[in-house]
Write a protein that binds this ligand. Structure first.
Ligand SMILES: [Zn+2]
Length: 257
C-alpha cells in the first residue's frame, strides 16, 4: 500500500471529533513501546529468546507436554506483569470515555487495553485473562499475571499451572490451528463503524487482516513498515511512530493525558 494518501494528526483529530462510531483494530506495534516484543517482528520474542513458536503455541504439543508452553508463559508473565500501558492504549480509553470510540478489536494477548481501562475489547487471539482446565472443564476469569506467576510457582518442578483437580490449565489464548475468538462480533462492530483506526498491525495475519475489508468507512492505518492491505480511496496509511503521532492527535483535540 502506498504512503502518498497520508493524513496529518490535525486532520485525524477533526475526523475523530466528527465521528460517532470509531473502532480501533490493534496489533503488536501498539505494545512494543511498552516493552512487549512483537512475536513476529524481526526482534520478536522467539528470536531473542529460545522459544520455537510452532512448539509454544502448538495445541497437540501442549496436550502432550505443557511444560514447554509454560516455560514461555513464565517468562512472558514475568515481563508483562511489570509493563504499563502506552500512551496509545490510554488515548483509546480516553476516546471511549468521550463516547467517540465504541470498541477495540485486538490481536494482542497482553491485556494492556484492559489495564488502561478500556472495557469493550474483543481479543481475537485471547489472552491470559481467562483459562480453562483441560481435565474438569472449570473456567477461570479476571486473571492477572500475578495470579499466573503464583500458581506456576506452586508447581513442584517445572512451572505448569494446574487446577484444584490437578488438571492442566490452558489460558484462553488461540493456539495454532484453533479458531480465533469472537470474529463475528468483531466483524459486526467494524461493519457498523464510521471511522476505523488500524493501529500497530501490519495486517499480515488472517483472519484479522480481513476485517478492514468489511467496511467502506474512512480507514486510517498507523504503522511502521509495510501493510498487507489493498489500496482504496477510503484508506490512508500513516507510516509513523504510533505514540508520537497519537500524542499530536490528542494535542489537536485538546485532550490532556
Ligand atoms: Zn480441573
Amino acid at each position: 500500500m502506498s504512503v502518498d494518501a497520508s493524513i496529518s494528526p490535525g486532520e485525524l483529530s477533526e475526523m475523530l471529533k466528527q465521528a460517532k462510531k470509531v473502532v480501533a483494530l490493534t496489533g503488536a506495534g501498539l505494545s512494543t513501546s511498552a516493552g512487549i516484543p512483537d512475536f513476529r517482528g524481526p526482534k520478536g520474542l522467539y528470536v531473542s529468546r529460545r522459544y520455537d513458536p510452532q512448539k509454544v503455541f502448538e495445541i497437540s504439543w501442549f496436550r502432550r507436554d505443557p511444560s514447554y508452553f509454560y516455560e514461555f508463559a513464565w517468562d512472558f508473565a514475568t515481563m508483562a506483569s511489570e509493563i504499563t500501558p502506552t500512551f496509545s492504549h490510554e488515548f483509546l480509553c480516553t476516546l471511549s470515555g468521550k463516547g467517540i470510540l465504541c470498541g477495540i478489536v485486538t490481536q494482542n494477548i497482553d491485556l494492556l487495553h484492559q489495564e488502561a481501562g478500556s472495557e469493550r475489547v474483543i481479543e481475537l487471539h485471547g489472552s491470559f485473562g481467562s483459562a480453562t482446565c483441560l481435565k474438569c472443564g472449570q473456567r477461570f476469569f479476571n486473571l492477572t499475571y500475578r495470579w499466573w506467576l503464583d500458581l506456576m510457582g506452586k508447581s513442584p518442578d517445572k512451572p505448569v499451572a494446574r487446577c484444584g483437580c490437578k488438571g492442566v490449565l490452558k489460558p484462553d489464548i488461540v493456539f495454532f490451528g484453533e479458531a480465533v475468538y469472537r470474529y463475528d462480533e468483531a466483524e459486526e462492530l467494524i461493519r457498523e463503524c464510521d471511522l476505523l483506526l488500524v493501529l500497530g498491525s501490519s495486517l499480515n495475519v488472517t483472519p484479522a487482516s480481513l476485517l478492514p475489508y468489511v467496511t467502506n468507512a474512512p480507514t486510517i492505518i498507523i504503522n511502521r513498515g509495510s501493510i498487507g492491505l489493498g489500496t482504496a480511496s477510503h484508506r490512508h496509511l500513516v507510516n509513523a511512530d504510533l505514540d508520537d503521532y497519537l500524542k499530536e492527535v490528542a494535542h489537536s483535540m485538546e485532550i490532556a493525558r
